[in-house]
Ligand binder design. Structure first.
Ligand code: MSP
Length: 593
């Protein structure tokens, strides 16, 4: 019988590193305690998405960031139940030059643009089933309070000074750039203009007196932090990238702008001629959500896991930890980084007109279908390409045919006329392989299937821990294929319930297949919650039997009673996931136009 080790439940992986399920393990970096005992309450974890800019409508890349976080939280809640144990925050980033300029271009007041686009994000996330516990907007009063408090702490610790800042600023990326990161873009109709080498966005020369943060002081402590904990930034190539950045000089960072130039932001306390730099403002959102500066934030802060896209790695892996160390606070426990979605091989951009609207996709492919696609195909280590045919192909083959077909094969009236979870016969499928006897029917491949499905929840948990959700789904899909092979091999439709020889084996084949389906349904809940609910309800699995901590696969095989044996299946509610290629008139139409 499958039992995941208690170790994992407590959050320690065998390698001893901190897992995404973990609630507490004291680790210290110099004078900075990480997750020190006493600071952390039982079983808590805090997951965050980046907060999204409101200069334009949400696209599938934004949804992907939120979905990864949602799946991590839902998976954790299956292990550590209770809404209070797992906190999940998301929100919108509403200040800064980028928003100020976008509002001016749209002929709107910045607040009006923010209300409009923030509502679009909230609506999208509701539609996509993003089960966040908090949605923050940086224009809220509670956030201004937190940011100004954080500023005062940095100031009191002698980490801010006034100085002349001179250099390039990229409003689209909201960042300062050194000369070496600038190139000249030639256009057919325009004169060459300076742009950021990395993003290609225009930059402008800035020369003004600003407040400056002593970032350079933190190069060594940051290096130490990353060297001591090689898993803090996942996947590993991103960890390496940050260490490489830290090989270079780390200049101090300008953290304010003249208010006459940037008025849409939070004023520097005691000096409203200056506005706080939008990245400092934005990063503090992670603290605002958990109640900073009130002491209550401490019960969540050390157990933080930030999910971010690769383009904002420097802000989260260098600036943010340096600011936190500067403020005398502990560092986030994990930073999980994902790559980007391109569309038909090209970067998504408004000017190319190839931005994929996630709302249309959710309608076309269903919420569960599109969630499954993005999480099954999205590989954090590298960019992934989107095109419609790929979605149809994947969903038809994995959800409609393989999973839906399997459920149908084992529950259809003609094969399972009693509509129950049939009994498992230990004589037909003894727990020891290789036995021979008149009633033994199980073959070597059947033992391989049982062993694969028995180890699946642990494998899936490991993949979630390593921020490789696509691998978890790949593993489930491979077991679904193996289970279909099992059913195909034993062709239960050729066996007869009336025959005393066939009946125990027929029941056993269906029992094993239904047990596999129960494991698949349980494991798919974080990614396809509605489809998993439909599947588990059809199997007669009640709401209290869907957790991962108490999941026991095929107990009869291991000599234990099975609570499902003989139980009535749930009502038939139609196809689990209808094939899309039969309803793809829209696709043909889209190609003609
Ligand atoms: N506002 C900042 C984040 C501040 S967090 C303190 C920001 N906003 S964003 O709207 O531009 O991006 C939000 C997230 O969406 C980032 O994680 C970013 O990587 C992600 N994506 C933006 N385009 C993307 C793709 N094409 N594909 C996948 N994710 C992408 O940065």
């Amino acid at each position: 019988m499958l039992r995941i080790s208690a170790l994992r439940l407590l959050g320690c992986t065998r390698s001893g590193r901190v897992s995404l399920l973990q609630e507490s393990a004291p680790r210290y970096y110099g004078s900075c305690p990480l997750g020190a005992r006493g600071e952390v309450r039982d079983g808590r974890a805090y997951f965050t998405t980046p907060i999204f800019y409101v200069n334009a409508a949400p696209h599938i890349g934004h949804l992907y960031s939120a979905l990864l976080t949602d799946a991590l939280c839902r998976h954790r809640r299956l292990w550590v139940p209770g809404a209070a144990a797992t906190r999940f925050s998301t929100g919108t980033d509403e200040h800064g030059l980028k928003i100020q300029q976008a509002a001016a271009a749209a002929g709107l007041a910045p607040a009006e643009l923010c209300d409009r686009v923030s509502a679009q994000f909230q609506q999208l996330f509701r539609q996509a089933g993003i089960a966040s516990s908090d949605f923050i907007r940086t224009t809220e009063a509670r956030h201004q309070l937190a940011v100004q408090h954080f500023w005062e702490v940095l100031k009191a610790r002698g980490l801010l000074y006034k100085g002349l800042y001179e250099g390039w600023y990229c409003a689209s990326d909201e960042c300062f750039l050194p000369e070496a990161k600038i190139t000249q873009q030639e256009g057919p109709s325009v004169d060459a203009c300076p742009v950021s080498l990395e993003s290609g966005h225009p930059v402008s020369w800035t020369k003004e007196e600003n407040y400056i943060f002593r970032l350079s002081q933190f190069r060594e402590p940051l290096r130490q932090w990353l060297q001591d904990d090689p898993q803090v930034i996942t996947p590993e190539p991103f960890h390496r990238t940050v260490l490489q950045w830290l090989e270079e000089e780390l200049p101090d960072l300008s953290v304010s702008r003249r208010s006459s130039h940037l008025h849409w932001g939070i004023p520097v306390p005691g000096d409203d001629s200056q506005t706080i730099y939008v990245w400092l403002d934005a990063l503090v959102n992670y603290l605002t959500v958990i109640g900073y500066p009130d002491a209550e934030f401490k019960s969540w802060w050390p157990v933080t896991c930030h999910i971010i896209g690769k383009d904002i790695l420097k802000f989260h892996a260098i600036y943010w930890p340096a600011l936190l160390l500067g403020a005398g606070m502990s560092l986030p426990r994990r930073i999980c980084v994902h790559s980007h979605w391109t569309v038909c091989g090209q970067k998504m951009s408004k000017s190319l007109g190839n931005v994929v609207d996630p709302r249309t996709c959710l309608e076309r492919y269903t919420v569960d279908g599109f969630r499954y696609f993005l999480l099954r195909q999205g590989v954090p280590n590298w960019d992934c390409d989107y095109y419609d045919e790929k979605v149809v192909k994947l969903l038809d083959s994995e959800l409609a045919d393989a999973l839906g077909g399997l459920l149908n094969r084992c529950t259809a009236q003609r094969i399972n006329p009693s509509g129950t979870y049939p009994a498992f016969c230990t004589d037909c499928f003894p727990s020891k392989s290789g036995l021979v006897g008149p009633s033994v029917r199980a073959q070597a491949e059947d033992y391989a299937l049982v062993s694969a499905v028995a180890s699946l929840p642990k494998q899936v948990a490991d993949h979630y821990d390593n921020f490789q959700i696509y691998k978890a789904l790949e593993a489930v899909s491979s077991c679904v294929r193996q289970t279909n092979g099992f059913v195909q091999r034993h062709a239960p439709w050729k066996l007869n319930w009336e025959s005393p020889v066939d009946a125990p084996w027929l029941g056993t084949v269906l029992h094993v297949a239904l047990e596999c389906l129960r494991v698949f349904g349980t494991l798919l809940q974080p990614v396809t919650p509605t489809l998993a609910d439909k599947l588990l309800s059809r199997l007669g699995v009640s709401a209290t039997e869907r957790g991962l901590a108490e999941l026991r696969f095929l107990p009869r095989f291991y000599g234990h009673p099975c609570p499902f044996e003989g139980r009535r299946l749930g009502p038939e509610t139609g196809l689990l996931f209808p094939r899309l290629d039969q309803s793809r008139a829209w696709l043909v139409k889209a190609h003609r136009t």
